[in-house]
Design a protein around this ligand. Structure first.
Ligand code: ZN
Ligand code: ZN
Length: 358
């Protein structure tokens, strides 16, 4: 049985069964709970989308899916139903992303670490700005998405987590606390991050970069500055034209395309197939990169493996720092295990993935 292989007809049959049994009996018969994230809207009525998708399997494929076999969200039930042309609506707003918390935290900081109420003009302005961030898809938002009350509440969640606040925190999650502490530790830098996000959104530049399934959502890409500035960083270093300019200028000066961190040279190892190939890493920290255009001197030549390792955990090492750490490991480990061994490292595979994305 292939999960998700349901038809529009089988969904309609599940809806009929739901209506005959009644919601409660239908859910308990198949072991589902009430929808927490998405509902299916059909002929003006709302249905628990995950339960309907699971039971549709019974009509399409002889066996209903059990709740633990699939998710109700964007990956499974909601996506399958949408694909069949059904209307699926979010019932709960998505959690605040780091970028959104950065903007809210900045506002609280400028208000002497006090929460703001919903009528405050700065809350009204932030609410409007948050609607524009290309982070959460429209289909995942309810009509209360980042509304005035929600934004005001968030400012109190942050303010009441401040170390000087005497009293019980209102609410909020671990990410609020994390971002708050980043603002306390590096106020100037985080203020600049908030400014860059704002400018990027008001100019439309960050929306133009938006790609919902892009690579930085992957667990192996991490930046305390948030997803939007990371997206811009990746776009700058993936730019084919920029990369070509950088490679040409290095070659023109008689340089080589060896990785600046580990020395790996694609042509050395792969011959003709690897000739002229290397990735670019944008070395300027995200909060310093500004809105302007990229200079060739901002780009470092880096192999696919080292590039992954730089982005894997924040704070990102510079190519020189990574180089020092590689050299240190080589010398302390007797120059064996950390040596570049083409058969064991997998630059070919990463390189192919990168090439596909160009
Ligand atoms: Zn390398
Ligand atoms: Zn990079």
């Amino acid at each position: 049985m292939r999960r998700g292989a349901i038809t529009r007809e089988s969904v309609l049959q599940a809806l009929v069964e739901h209506d005959e049994l009644g919601r409660e009996a239908f859910l308990s018969k198949y072991g589902f709970g009430e929808a927490r994230s998405y509902v299916l809207v059909y002929e003006g009525r709302e249905y628990d989308s995950k339960a309907i998708a699971g039971v549709a399997h019974k009509w399409a494929q002889d066996r209903a899916l059990a709740p633990h076999e699939f998710s109700g969200g964007k990956d499974h039930a909601a996506a399958w139903l949408k694909r069949l042309g059904f209307q699926v609506r979010a019932v709960k707003n998505p959690d605040w992303a780091r970028d959104e918390i950065i903007l809210a935290c900045h506002l609280v900081m400028t208000n002497d670490w006090k929460g703001l109420d919903a009528q405050d003009s700065r809350v009204i302005e932030l609410s409007a700005l948050l609607q524009l961030l290309p982070i959460h898809a429209d289909a995942d938002r309810t009509d209360k998405f980042r509304n005035l009350n929600g934004v005001a509440r968030k400012t109190f969640d942050i303010a009441t987590r401040h170390p000087d606040y005497r009293g019980k925190p209102t609410n909020g999650g671990a990410l609020d606390v994390e971002v708050l502490h980043e603002f306390l530790a590096r106020p100037d830098q985080m203020t600049e991050v908030a400014r860059l996000i704002r400018v990027g959104i008001t100019s439309g530049e960050l929306q133009a970069l938006a790609q919902p399934d892009d690579e930085e959502l992957d667990d192996d890409f991490e930046a305390p500055e948030g997803r939007l500035l990371l997206r811009r960083h990746r776009a700058r270093e993936r730019s084919k034209a920029l990369r070509k300019k950088k490679i040409d200028s290095v070659l023109r000066k008689g340089g080589s395309l060896a990785c600046e961190a580990c020395g790996f040279d694609f042509e050395d190892v792969y011959g003709e197939r690897g000739a002229g190939y290397v990735e670019c890493h944008h070395v300027v920290p995200l909060h310093e990169a500004g809105e302007g255009s990229t200079k060739l001197s901002d780009l470092a030549l880096i192999c696919a493996n080292c590039h992954r390792m730089i982005h894997r955990r924040a704070p990102w090492p510079t190519p020189a720092e990574l180089r020092t750490s590689i050299q240190h490991r080589r010398s302390t480990r007797g120059n064996t295990s950390a040596r570049i061994v083409p058969q064991r490292s997998k630059p070919a595979e990463h390189a192919a993935i990168q090439a596909d994305q160009q």
